[in-house]
Write a protein that binds this ligand. Sequence first.
Ligand code: MTE
Length: 330
Amino acid sequence: MSFFFHQRPSWQLPESQITSESAYFNRRRFIKTLVGAGIAASATSLVGCQKTQAQNSELQSTYLNLPKFDPLRTNPNFASTERPITDQILASSYNNFYEFGGNKSIWQAAQNLPTEDWKVEVTGLVKNPRTYDLDTIKKEFSIEERIYRFRCVEAWSMVLPWVGFPMKALMEAVEPTSEAKFVSFTSFYDPEITTGPGFHLGSLPWPYTEGLTIKEMANELAFFAIGIYGRELPKQHGAPLRMVIPWKYGFKGAKSIVKIEFLKEQPATYWNTIAPNEYGFHANVNPNVPHPRWSQATEKFISEGPDLTWERKETFLYNGYQEYVGSLYG
Ligand code: MTE
């Protein structure tokens, strides 16, 4: 089954509304260049999930080659949700990672991400600035599994078993000063390697950046993932380290982080810079606040695989995490 049903169920959004960021790219910035370059067709449609048997086995073997976390403790507070965990093949072949392309099928292109000798610089208003590599992260932080709901602003959702550590553990290590009120997170970017459409136009605010308030970062739910489904992160999910903020729309979870900076002022962020009326800085999941171009009241829950199927489900305030984060916004 392809991502686009041949017979659309009545609730299915028009294609242009599903792919919010892609649509934005195409309509406002890229269309002329893309047409010129002959790549508009792939960028305008959310193609993606119809995979051959060979691609499914390639995905499976890429995943099985990744180092496993063993033993791995699942945090009992986040051991399940009311919905089943999304199939691993589906989750790792239906991604947003614009550095590697403007549609969901970037998993092969993302294999070009160079993750060896990765360094994450933690800097700014902190008492102990540090540069971490992945081994140090694994040694210094207590790594656990957490099963979280994941809600994209494009109105699709999954349930994903992340492996990593709470952001507040990193804050305890670097000790932000009392002046620090915001945190900015920067993704890997190298125009020689990140090959998504339009990357060389210079008109978009690369690198991809995201931001949180310091209180949001200190919340128990805010998480750095270094793995998923019990193994190290596949590159398409943002290896080797990415943000997971389960009460916010998925675009707040910047991938492949190279820099974390503690700041006095609210930082500029990628989508908020491109379209502030569509992608707010806070971007908390809220069924009562529609996106300017579509409703956020429900979502397409993607669970079973390896071919794409979905069910229409209710969207919860703060993605169902109100008891953890409601007080942040009271
Ligand atoms: N991080 C970077 N660097 N680049 C991106 O394009 N896309 C965001 C977020 N983080 C993105 C990113 C969006 S829109 C979503 S929905 C999630 O990553 C998707 O994460 P997944 O592909 O692991 O499901």
